[in-house]
Design a protein around this ligand. Structure first.
Ligand code: KIV
Length: 279
């Protein structure tokens, strides 16, 4: 099916008309194609790349160059989905200038449609500067994995009234700074519902309940390709790991016992040429 490029106006229109928005992560060309062909509205090249693809312990070590390498592959596999490139830890913290320059690389070099960055009211000036440079910004509040150590680990945020109020303020400040969307990770569903009601821009939840304007999951969690840990909010729609492993074991067995490749995977030579070759 030929789908047109998803635009910011369409994403906003979905919020305004009560239609839910789908977001999925992708980090390479074949996955980006599948996500795009499934008609998912937005593709996030998340810094979860660090853990689910590159095998790091956390999202902290991944660099701008590594992110751009994968964003470029996703861009090549995407026709219509709106691409969001995730700015990694310390790529927008040193100065506003550094943040704008790095955000620009996601757009100019990798062809992303927008960038995402983590943080609350404290990063609103950075969001504002990037937006003023003409780059759409998706914010990310609640559990922010880049600063999980500061949050004392991967835990639900905004569970008490004070921290919940702080998150409402952050969401509003980020909207005022010009963010076009806010991802809310691991917060109580009631709080997510309240933020979703108070903001005019769309909210996307991950572990934030059903009352958000849309949802995001990490691709490797959804298809069972990452088993180091599984947060409560993950729904595994299929489990590819055992299927892939089974295929690999079968391949190894067939290589070893000589049943692969069969004649159907081999190229024939004319008898006369074979005879000439022997002489
Ligand atoms: O990096 C990522 O995949 C994310 C999502 C979990 C929202 O930030």
């Amino acid at each position: 099916m030929d789908r047109k490029k998803v635009t910011l106006a369409e994403l906003q229109q979905k919020k305004d008309s009560g239609q839910r928005i789908s977001m999925m992560t992708a980090y390479d060309y074949p996955t980006a194609r599948l996500v795009d062909e499934a008609g998912i509205d937005t593709t996030l090249v998340g810094d979860s790349l660090a853990m689910v693809v590159l095998g790091y312990e956390s999202t902290v070590p991944v660099t701008v160059d590594e992110m751009l390498h994968h964003c470029k592959a996703v861009k090549r596999g995407t026709k219509s989905s709106f691409i969001i490139g995730d700015m990694p830890f310390m790529s927008y913290h040193v100065s506003v200038e550094q943040a704008v320059e790095n955000a620009g690389r996601f757009i100019k070099e990798a062809g992303c449609d927008s960038v995402k960055l983590e943080g609350g009211s404290d990063v609103a000036p950075v969001v504002n500067a990037i937006v003023k440079a003409g780059i759409p910004v998706c914010a990310h509040i609640g559990l922010t994995p880049q600063t999980a150590t500061k949050l004392s680990g991967f835990r639900v945020q905004g569970k008490d009234a004070d921290s919940a109020r702080e998150l409402v303020t952050s969401a509003k400040d980020l909207e005022a700074a010009g963010a076009f969307m806010v991802v809310m990770e691991c917060i109580p569903d009631l709080l997510a519902a309240r933020i979703t009601k108070e903001l005019t821009i769309p909210t996307i939840g991950i572990g934030a309940g059903v009352h958000c304007d849309g949802q995001v999951l990490v691709y490797h969690d959804l298809v069972g390709l990452f088993d180091r840990f599984t947060p409560k909010f993950v729904k595994q729609y299929t489990n590819l790991s055992p299927k892939i492993k089974e295929a690999l074991i079968q391949y190894k067995t067939e290589v070893e016992n000589g049943t692969f490749p069969g004649p159907e995977h081999s190229f024939a030579m004319k008898q006369e040429e074979a005879e000439k070759m022997e002489n």
